[in-house]
Ligand binder design. Structure first.
Ligand SMILES: C[S@@+](CC[C@H](N)C(=O)[O-])C[C@H]1O[C@@H](n2cnc3c(N)ncnc32)[C@H](O)[C@@H]1O
Length: 318
């Protein structure tokens, strides 16, 4: 298998010379005097990268590095932003296939912009990173988790609002719930709703690994049923579950929202599908209806932020 070498000089990525597979086992590889990254393409060879392993100058052997299912360019730029110096990345020839269709949300923001923004925002905790890594390796739709940049945004919002009580609709493997828990004060709490037992089992394992995991309480079952049982007020409500129920979640959230609270609604750009008329499916139609309802609702003010797949930030009109 031919190997492709990519040279990196800070943020610049230059295609380098192709190597033969045998080069990997020669004494010349890897060069000991600089950072070297090695990209592992996904087994299904649809162009996504499973992992980026790396060796530091003078290091012995590769360390497990970033692990994700983004495309080659994203992975290389991420490597460049991590090392902040010159280096080289090697990849098997089949890493150069087209990006996988399983990453539709990346379309709105170019991956290099996303990587740059991520590299200049607060970094994710080691537990979040490990959870993201496992989710990408083991779950069918890993792109459902918000990821490091939106996770940083959620943490920032939690702290700006001074939230103590967070309600999450749609937990998946618990990435965003952990972000909230990390940002909350000691006596803060997160109630998170999930319907899928397999996802919840992953989340429970990770929540148990860190003290802030104690702040999180999982409510299994349809989120609307759970919301009907709640009577407390919440400072921050994050809606990120089935799209066809978004309007119902929004309505119930307004009942549960503290006077100065904030509702965050994820995926409101739906990979750009919201621009289509007529809407191609029920989820798109539901998100369009939600966006129209919120933006014309005199009880609230809102801003649609174009982070990742779009986040609607809503608070009561004063
Ligand atoms: C986009 S994922 C949530 C991602 C999560 N917020 C994160 O960033 O890690 C949506 C989740 O909502 C769950 N879900 C879908 N319909 C639901 C319902 N009616 N009630 C509760 N959870 C639901 C799905 O099982 C899925 O795990």
């Amino acid at each position: 298998m031919r190997q492709q070498r990519l040279h990196i000089l800070r943020d610049q990525l230059l295609m380098g010379d192709a190597l033969e597979h045998g080069d990997l086992f020669s004494p010349r590889f890897p060069p000991a005097d600089r950072h070297v990254g090695f990209l592992i393409p996904r087994e299904d060879r649809r162009g996504a990268i499973d992992a980026l392993n790396f060796q530091q100058p003078g290091g012995e052997g590769f360390q497990r590095g970033e692990c994700f299912q983004f495309n080659l360019q994203f992975a290389v730029l991420r490597f460049a932003s991590l090392i902040q110096s010159s280096g080289a990345v090697y990849a098997r020839g089949d890493a150069f296939f087209k990006p996988s269709k399983r990453i539709p949300m990346n379309k709105l923001v170019p991956s290099e912009i996303e990587a740059y923004a991520e590299a200049h925002s607060m970094s994710e905790s080691s537990v979040c990173r490990a959870l993201r890594d496992e989710t990408h390796r083991t779950m069918e739709y890993p792109q459902m988790l918000v990821g490091p940049l939106e996770g940083a945004f959620l943490k920032m919002m939690t702290q700006l609002v001074g939230a103590k009580r967070v309600l999450e609709i749609g937990m998946f493997t618990g990435y965003s719930a952990l972000c909230f828990a990390e940002a909350l004060p000691e006596d803060g709490t997160v109630i998170t709703c999930e319907i899928n037992e397999k996802s919840a089992a992953v989340a429970r394992r990770y929540f148990a690994q860190v003290p802030c995991g104690n702040k999180i309480s999982i409510r299994m079952g349809p989120a609307l049923d759970t919301m009907r049982t709640l009577t407390d007020q919440f400072d921050l409500i994050f809606i990120d579950a089935d799209k066809t129920n978004y309007l119902n979640y929004y309505r119930r959230s307004l009942d549960l929202l503290a006077p100065n609270g904030v509702i965050l609604i994820d995926n409101v750009l739906w990979s750009g599908e919201v621009l289509k008329q007529p809407p191609p499916d029920k989820s798109t139609a539901a998100i369009q209806e939600l966006n129209c309802t919120v933006s014309t609702d005199p009880r609230v003010i809102a801003v649609l932020v174009t982070i990742r797949d779009g986040i609607l930030v809503v608070r009561r009109a004063s």
